[in-house]
Design a protein around this ligand. Sequence first.
Ligand SMILES: *[C@@H]1O[C@H](CO)[C@@H](O)[C@H](O)[C@H]1NC(C)=O
Ligand SMILES: *[C@@H]1O[C@H](CO)[C@@H](O)[C@H](O)[C@H]1NC(C)=O
Ligand SMILES: *[C@@H]1O[C@H](CO)[C@@H](O)[C@H](O)[C@H]1NC(C)=O
Ligand SMILES: *[C@@H]1O[C@H](CO)[C@@H](O)[C@H](O)[C@H]1NC(C)=O
Ligand SMILES: *[C@@H]1O[C@H](CO)[C@@H](O)[C@H](O)[C@H]1NC(C)=O
Ligand SMILES: *[C@@H]1O[C@H](CO)[C@@H](O)[C@H](O)[C@H]1NC(C)=O
Ligand SMILES: *[C@@H]1O[C@H](CO)[C@@H](O)[C@H](O)[C@H]1NC(C)=O
Length: 319
Amino acid sequence: MLQLLFGFVFLAAVSQLVSLTGAQSECPLQLDPQRVVVRYGGSVAVNCNTSVLHKGMGWEASEGRVSMTKNQSLITWRVSNLREWDITTHCFINSNNSTQCQVDLPVTVYKTPDSVFISTVYHRGPMTEGQQYELQCDVHNVAPVQYLTVKWYKGQTLLNQTNFDDTIKTPVNKTVTLLIRPDRADDGAEYWCEAELDLGAEGPQPHPTNSAKPLNVEVYYKPKHSNSTETIIQDDKVMLDCTVKANPAPTYTWDHLKEKISSSVLKSSELSPGKYTCTATNTLGRDSKVFIVKSTGYRSTFWTVLIFFHLLVTLIIVI
Ligand SMILES: *[C@@H]1O[C@H](CO)[C@@H](O)[C@H](O)[C@H]1NC(C)=O
Ligand SMILES: *[C@@H]1O[C@H](CO)[C@@H](O)[C@H](O)[C@H]1NC(C)=O
Ligand SMILES: *[C@@H]1O[C@H](CO)[C@@H](O)[C@H](O)[C@H]1NC(C)=O
Ligand SMILES: *[C@@H]1O[C@H](CO)[C@@H](O)[C@H](O)[C@H]1NC(C)=O
Ligand SMILES: *[C@@H]1O[C@H](CO)[C@@H](O)[C@H](O)[C@H]1NC(C)=O
Ligand SMILES: *[C@@H]1O[C@H](CO)[C@@H](O)[C@H](O)[C@H]1NC(C)=O
Ligand SMILES: *[C@@H]1O[C@H](CO)[C@@H](O)[C@H](O)[C@H]1NC(C)=O
């Protein structure tokens, strides 16, 4: 029983081996290289050789065919200006016993895009923080799309990438979109897309890439103070600084002041202790910040000493 099982396993292993090596030994031809990647309009040369004696061998191809020869063991398929997108070729040999066999050569004809262009969909001008926008990348006239990757970047950061399943070999146009929801940090950011052709190990290295001219986005956002309250000890050098980033640039107003001031900073030494509220406003909204101004410890001591001294003097005079 066990022997039978072993027998089966052995047979299975042997048939596996035969089918693996079979593919090569079946047809005594060798292609060099075994696969080619050619730019449209470019040139290509592939050798086909054999070590066996034969009744003839040749290249069958829609371009650059090599008619059957009997006295050679190495023949070359050569095309100097390849202008066919879907080209099929094979090298064949007629063996002694009059059977013919062939080895196919996979040929990939590529073309880098004429242009890669980025645009915003249904929108012009500055974007608003928190809203959603659609960016579009147009890749024109690229082949084969099966090897194309369209990548989206913000600055140097990769955001997303898309591949295509189509097996069409002629050039196509492709449009890819990206949804973004920019925030204040994205003001001035550069979005761009890139078309990359990864044609495999036989293809050009580094991979041919075409990038779109970056799209600079301007983002509108309202003022927002990081701290809504700040306590200030009066000093010549200390300012009440209400300055806050916003786009468009905010305007400033101060409450609890006799005169209207539009500056974003005030000198603490010029104010009397108390509460001051500043409001920064732009077209999208407003944000207030409260400053609590306290007199210095030094000053209060100074006044205490002065009052005490005054009392002392009064006392002496009275006496
Ligand atoms: C083809 O040529 C190469 C070297 O030029 C050789 O190593 C190889 O065995 C040849 N192939 C066949 C099938 O004769
Ligand atoms: C092969 O034979 C052809 C004629 O059939 C001849 O023109 C050619 O020069 C020969 N080539 C070689 C390498 O012997
Ligand atoms: C083909 O025939 C020749 C003799 O005519 C022989 O030398 C050669 O080995 C044969 N090749 C094969 C693949 O059988
Ligand atoms: C002809 O020869 C090839 C090897 O050259 C072999 O694989 C095939 O089985 C042979 N066919 C016949 C009918 O003998
Ligand atoms: C990336 O693109 C794919 C479509 O190619 C989409 O399904 C996916 O949601 C996108 N991811 C992000 C984070 O935008
Ligand atoms: C690609 O777009 C260009 C310009 O818009 C157009 O001329 C061309 O016909 C398009 N190609 C395909 C395959 O749709
Ligand atoms: C804001 O307040 C936090 C504590 O709430 C404090 O650590 C930080 O230094 C303050 N930032 C500024 C700019 O005053």
